[in-house]
Design a protein around this ligand. Structure first.
Ligand SMILES: [Zn+2]
Ligand SMILES: [Zn+2]
Length: 176
C-alpha cells in the first residue's frame, strides 16, 4: 500500500477507504477478514510524515473455550512517524524503532502495508471467546455448556453427585 509523499498536501491527507488483507501483506492464516476499514490521517512536515488513525477489521478464529468458529472485532490504533531512509542513519535496533513509533521510506514512496499489518496483528486479543460468558465444553459429553457452566447431561450429573454425595440426599429430601 504505497503513498507518494508528493500526494500529501500541506493541509494533510485524509484516507478513508477499504483495503483487502492481501493488500496489507496479511496472509490467510493471519485470519484477518476484509474489508479492512482504514481511517488515516497523513500529516507532512518537510520530509517527515506522521500517520495516525485506525484500521478496523474482523478476525476469523476459533473460541479458545468451545472451539466454535467465531469472529472478533479488530480495532488497531495506528501511530507512526515516517522518515526518509538515509545512509547516515544511525543503526537502530528494529525493536527500538517500533518502540519510538518510527518507520522509514525510500525515495518518495511510503509503504503503509507493514505498519497496518503490524497494527492489526498487535490488536489481536490474547483470548478468543465466541461470547464473553462462553462456558466451554462439558468434559463429560463434549457438548457446549450453558452459561452457568453446569451441563444437564447424565454423565455430568453423575460426576457432580460423586463429588458431593450429599447434594442428591438434600435434593430428595426437598422434593420428598
Ligand atoms: Zn465459545
Ligand atoms: Zn455434558
Amino acid at each position: 500500500m504505497l503513498i507518494s509523499i508528493n500526494d500529501i498536501p500541506a493541509r494533510g491527507l485524509r484516507l478513508d477507504e477499504d483495503a483487502t488483507p492481501a493488500h496489507l501483506l496479511l496472509a490467510p492464516e493471519d485470519g484477518v477478514k476484509g474489508p479492512v476499514r482504514l481511517q488515516l490521517f497523513l500529516d507532512r512536515n518537510g520530509t517527515q510524515v506522521r500517520v495516525t488513525g485506525r484500521a478496523i477489521a474482523r478476525l476469523a478464529t476459533q473460541c479458545h473455550r468451545c472451539a466454535d468458529a467465531c469472529e472478533l472485532p479488530l480495532d488497531a490504533e495506528i501511530e507512526t512517524c515516517f522518515q526518509p531512509a538515509t545512509d547516515e542513519d544511525p543503526v537502530v535496533d528494529p525493536e527500538d524503532e517500533e518502540a519510538y513509533g518510527l518507520s522509514h521510506y525510500e525515495g518518495d514512496l511510503l509503504d503503509l502495508g507493514p505498519l497496518l499489518r503490524d497494527g492489526l496483528l498487535l490488536a489481536v486479543p490474547m483470548v478468543h471467546l465466541c461470547r464473553p460468558d462462553c462456558a466451554g465444553l462439558c468434559p463429560d459429553c463434549g457438548d457446549r455448556r450453558p452459561a452457568n457452566g453446569h451441563c444437564e447431561c447424565p454423565a455430568s450429573h453423575e460426576r457432580a453427585l460423586s463429588a458431593n454425595p450429599f447434594a442428591e440426599f438434600f435434593r430428595r429430601q426437598k422434593s420428598g
